[in-house]
Design a protein around this ligand. Structure first.
Ligand SMILES: [Zn+2]
Length: 162
């Protein structure tokens, strides 16, 4: 965003608000050079979403990359592509609704895992093993340890209901 007063390209976002129809974000910005404030309106799909990788480098949010990872993890589970696309759609919606312009690859991984867990447990474990790059079996066990908890909750609920 170019400052309308001095033309400087860098600004600080003071406030972000979604407009009522939800397709536009209104941002209050302060120019870093002249410190004057101005408002911008950005179409949601125009706002770049950046992924900060573990080495600190940044790249544009790339849904096809995530979908490829999901296909690799869930390929043998015969999960329809549409399911993965829906997963990534809802992920992207969440991220954009949170007004963040930068998200770490770790957070994306965690969110994908949480969603995948609801869909398919085998694909979840496979994706988790790639994502966490398990150093040893204990790492893997740790990830697995999260899974029975859900089953317990379900059983408890069933006991309560039955
Ligand atoms: Zn300025």
């Amino acid at each position: 965003m170019k400052c309308p007063f001095c033309g400087y390209l860098d600004s600080r976002v003071i406030d972000s608000r979604q407009t009522e129809e939800g397709s536009t974000i209104r941002r209050r910005r302060e120019c870093i050079a002249c410190e004057k404030r101005y408002t911008t309106y950005e179409k949601l799909e125009d706002v770049p979403l950046l992924v900060v990788k573990r080495d600190g480098s940044r790249q544009l949010f790339d849904r096809s990359k995530i979908i490829n990872g999901l296909i690799r993890a869930g390929g043998k589970q015969k999960i329809p592509l549409a399911v993965f696309e829906e997963l990534v759609d809802s992920l992207e919606r969440e991220l954009r609704n949170s007004f963040t312009q930068e998200v770490t690859s770790d957070e994306i991984g965690q969110r994908v895992l949480a969603k995948l867990y609801e869909i398919d447990e085998v694909a979840y474990v496979r994706f988790a093993s790639v994502y966490h790059k398990f150093k040893d079996i204990n790492d893997f066990k740790e990830a697995l340890a999260k899974m029975p908890q859900k089953r317990e909750r379900t059983e408890k609920r069933q006991r309560a209901e039955g």
